[in-house]
Ligand binder design. Structure first.
Ligand SMILES: Nc1ncnc2c1ncn2[C@@H]1O[C@H](COP(=O)(O)OP(=O)(O)O)[C@@H](O)[C@H]1O
Ligand SMILES: [Mg+2]
Length: 230
C-alpha cells in the first residue's frame, strides 16, 4: 500500500543569480513497510527532500502526499502535529533537550500532546534500544550512540507513519553506526516501520530494501533488493 508519494517535486532556493535547484521534479512512491536508503553526493538534495517529506520545508512546485493527505493542505498547526505524530525525524546531531532526562526526551512528543505513553510499547522500545538503565540520566552523560538511540526512541514513540533519518550514523564510530543501522532494521522488520534513511555510506545503504540515488536534485537510480525477503 502506498504511504508516500512525491509528484514532480521541485525545490529552488534563492533567486536570480543565486538560484539553486536543490530538487528537480522528483517522482517517488514509497509503500508502507519499506526501508529506503537515500544516497548521493553532498549537495545532491537529500536533506532537502527529507525536510519536505517531514514538513520542515515546502516544495517550490509539485505535490507530496502522505497517507493520502496533501502536505500542502496543512496549516502551521497541522504541520506541527504531522511532524510530531506522523514523521519521526532523526538527525546526525541527536537534537536532544539537554536539561531533560532521557525518559522525558523520549516522551516529549506525547507530553506536547498531553498524552500518556503506552507502557508496554515504551518498555519494549527502551529495552530494544538498550536504554532501560539510562532513563533518568541527562543526555550529556550518555555516549554518542546512546544519545542517538534516545533520539530514535523519541522519533518512534508515536509509532509514526514515517521514520525520516538524515545521516543518523554520521557522527558515530563504525561499531555504533552498525548498531544504529541494526536497530533501524529491527524496527522495520518487527514493527513494520517505514524508514527513509539518508546516508552517503554505501555499505549502510545496502542494508536497506531499496536504494534511491540522487544527483543534482534528480533521482538517477532506484534499486530494489530483497523485495519479498522478510
Ligand atoms: N536553506 C538553503 N538555502 C540555499 N540553498 C540551500 C539551502 N539548503 C540547501 N541548499 C542547497 O541545495 C542543494 C541541496 O542541498 P541539500 O539538500 O542539503 O543536499 P545534501 O543533503 O544531499 O547534501 C545544495 O546545493 C545546497 O547548497
Ligand atoms: Mg544533507
Amino acid at each position: 500500500m502506498e504511504l508516500l508519494k512525491c509528484d514532480r517535486v521541485s525545490k529552488v532556493y534563492g533567486s536570480g543569480q543565486n538560484q539553486v535547484t536543490a530538487l528537480d521534479r522528483i517522482d517517488l512512491s514509497v509503500n508502507r513497510g519499506e526501508f529506503v536508503a537515500i544516497t548521493g553526493a553532498s549537495g545532491s538534495g537529500k536533506s532537502t527532500l527529507l525536510h519536505i517529506l517531514g514538513t520542515v520545508d515546502k516544495p517550490t512546485e509539485g505535490k507530496v502526499t502522505v497517507e493520502g493527505v496533501d502536505l500542502a493542505s496543512l496549516n502551521q498547526t497541522q504541520s506541527a502535529i504531522f511532524r510530531r505524530r506522523k514523521a519521526g525525524l532523526v538527525y546526525q546531531f541527536y537534537n536532544l533537550i539537554p536539561t531533560l532526562t532521557v525518559k522525558k526526551n523520549i516522551l516529549m512528543p506525547l507530553l506536547l500532546d498531553k498524552k500518556k505513553a503506552d507502557e508496554e510499547y515504551f518498555t519494549h522500545l527502551v529495552n530494544s534500544l538498550g536504554l532501560a538503565d539510562k532513563l533518568e540520566e541527562l543526555p550529556h552523560r550518555l555516549s554518542g550512540g546512546q544519545q542517538q538511540r534516545t533520539a530514535i526512541a523519541r522519533a518512534l514513540i508515536y509509532r509514526p507513519a514515517l521514520l525520516l533519518a538524515d545521516e543518523p550514523t554520521g557522527n558515530l564510530d563504525q561499531k555504533n553506526a552498525r548498531e544504529i543501522v541494526e536497530l533501524l532494521k529491527l524496527s522495520n522488520r518487527n514493527l513494520g516501520q517505514t524508514i527513509l534513511l539518508i546516508t552517503h555510506d554505501e555499505k549502510i545503504a545496502l542494508e536497506a530494501d531499496r536504494v534511491v540515488t540522487l544527483e543534482d536534485g534528480r533521482i538517477v537510480r532506484d534499486q530494489e533488493f530483497r523485495k519479498n525477503g522478510r
